[in-house]
Design a protein around this ligand. Structure first.
Ligand code: C5P
Length: 245
């Protein structure tokens, strides 16, 4: 499997103000993908997506939409028209909202001359545990059953992929072959601090498990030398691909 590593690594622009984020992204040599989350988007507004696109970067817009079908459609149409190529929605919004959002995103991109986006479904936020799901939401299904069930619901509704833990990637990949996208945060390269992520995996292992893209934040953004940290992640993927070829 030939891997172009920079096309697989999405750097999360968290904890930066808009100027810092743009400056960071433009300086990071070889960077192809960035993730814009709620914090940056709320501060900077939609222009930040256009500005990153103008710098030649591909944008994962991680706003995790969850609403009625009409509102999800409108939001996804606008996000795709900005040029966001990966857009998150909550699988729990249900099949009607997911289907409508997917169709609207494609339409928004087409009308605006932007690349066709892939919608990514969030299944169960990693901040939930089974006990709290049961106690607070009366959900008795275990997380190990709920994640694949929501992934299946999303795939059936034409959603192009899921966000998942790298530890769930192998099981989901066995059910959903490529080109279904599996985008995994919780990545820690060798020697990086785990921080508040408890269930982590290295970049090469996550790709081997079936991830299509890796979201990496602090191991790159908080590194003493972010360029070197990003290159090291890329090298981990290249050396794995060379071992396989
Ligand atoms: O800094 P770190 O590599 O932990 O950043 C991971 C990114 O992925 C953050 O933007 C975080 O919000 C996001 N994320 C996550 N776990 C999830 C979903 C998203 O860490 N389950």
């Amino acid at each position: 499997m030939a891997i172009n590593p920079a096309d697989r690594i999405i750097v999360a622009l968290d904890g930066m103000d808009p100027d810092q984020a743009l400056d960071f992204a433009v300086r990071l040599e070889g960077l192809r993908w960035v993730k814009v989350g709620l914090e940056l988007f709320v501060q900077a507004g939609p222009e930040v997506v256009s500005q990153l696109r103008d710098q030649g970067l591909r944008v994962f817009l991680d706003l995790k939409f969850h609403d009625i079908p009409a509102t999800m459609s409108g939001a996804c149409r606008r996000a795709a028209a900005l040029g966001a190529e990966l857009i998150t929605v909550h699988a729990c919004a249900g099949s009607a909202a997911l289907q409508a959002a997917q169709a609207a995103a494609l339409e928004g991109a087409q009308i605006s001359g932007q690349p066709p986006p892939t919608l990514l479904a969030v299944t169960v936020l990693t901040s939930w545990d089974e006990q709290r799901l049961q106690k607070e939401l009366a959900i008795s299904q275990g997380i190990a059953e709920r994640v694949p069930a929501l992934a299946q619901l999303s795939a059936t509704a034409s959603i192009g992929g899921c966000v998942c833990s790298p530890l769930e990637a192998a099981a989901l990949r066995s059910q959903h072959p490529e080109p279904f996208a599996l985008v995994t945060p919780g990545i820690r390269p060798k020697d990086a601090a785990a921080g508040d992520q408890s269930r982590v995996m290295g970049p090469a292992e996550a790709i081997a498990a079936g991830a299509s893209h890796l979201v990496i934040g602090r191991p790159v953004t908080r590194a003493a030398d972010p360029g070197a940290a990003f290159s090291a992640c890329c090298r981990e993927l290249v050396s794995r691909s060379e071992r396989l070829s």
